[in-house]
Design a protein around this ligand. Structure first.
Ligand SMILES: C[S@@+](CC[C@H](N)C(=O)[O-])C[C@H]1O[C@@H](n2cnc3c(N)ncnc32)[C@H](O)[C@@H]1O
Length: 235
């Protein structure tokens, strides 16, 4: 059964006052001074994204062709890590990313995630997709189809279209409205039965919101610098 939701979005604009910041695994993230948040863990952007979204998410989906929804495209690091798995022949992915506040081209050039990941050949198609304002699907490349929507997660209303959600919103202290039972009900609706949502967050109130939305929730070991993370499954 699919829950029906209404929506009024109130949120802060998170792209003001951003600057790149080197994390402890040698990869760059972005810091937003106005919100007092980082786009990734300061213990390592690549290590966190790989642990939470790739190892505990993508690699656990029991099919090789899948639909992935990302909440918060940000620097595009999760997209790139997923794309690399596709190029390696491990899976084929249709990737939809929500991003109401895209980072500037200059910031993405500065971060240079493709070189960090030793995939310089991906730089041009990656930047084209990150810069596009088209909400249609970009041409499939290397096993990945991509589209970017400027939609707030609080307004997202697709139904049973995804196998996996990367829930990579800013922390609850900065954007509590993104961690409510209502937001997770939207994610529950968006997933197919058996679908999974992964997030770096492991707060008790977030677990309760996920349970209220109908998920079953596992606590898993977190990435370096964090004891736990959540994986929520739609039964
Ligand atoms: C933690 S960062 C995402 C990091 C990103 N996944 C990466 O790999 O760089 C959170 C992102 O959520 C976006 N965001 C903020 N409000 C949002 C909303 N209401 N709905 C969806 N995304 C939102 C921010 O603009 C930001 O890019």
């Amino acid at each position: 059964m699919v829950a029906v939701l209404s929506c009024t979005v109130t949120t802060v604009r998170p792209t003001n006052d951003t600057r790149p910041l080197l994390t402890r695994d040698g990869s760059y993230t972005v810091r937003n001074d106005a919100l007092d948040v980082f786009y990734h863990s300061v213990h390592g952007a690549i290590q966190e994204s790989t642990h939470v979204f790739i190892k505990a998410g993508l690699e656990q989906v029991p099919k090789s062709k899948m639909d992935v929804l990302e909440v918060g495209l940000g620097t595009g690091l999760n997209l790139l890590l997923t794309w690399i798995r596709c190029w390696e022949g491990k899976c084929t992915v249709r990737y939809t990313a929500l991003e109401p506040y895209p980072l500037s081209h200059a910031m993405l050039e500065q971060l240079d995630h493709c070189n960090e990941l030793a995939w310089p050949g991906l730089h041009t198609p990656f930047m084209e997709r990150m810069a596009s304002t088209d909400t249609e699907w970009a041409e499939e490349l290397g096993g990945l189809s991509f589209r970017k929507l400027p939609t707030f997660v609080q307004e997202f209303d697709e139904c049973e279209a995804y196998d996996l959600v990367y829930y990579d919103a800013f922390a609850p202290r900065a954007q509590p409205e993104l961690w409510t039972a209502e937001a997770f009900t939207r994610m529950h609706n968006a997933l197919r039965p058996g679908g999974v949502l992964v997030t770096y967050c492991a707060k008790g109130e977030v677990r309760r919101a996920m349970l209220a939305a109908g998920f079953s929730v596992e606590r898993l070991p977190g990435p370096v610098g964090k004891r736990e993370m959540f994986r929520a499954t739609k039964n």
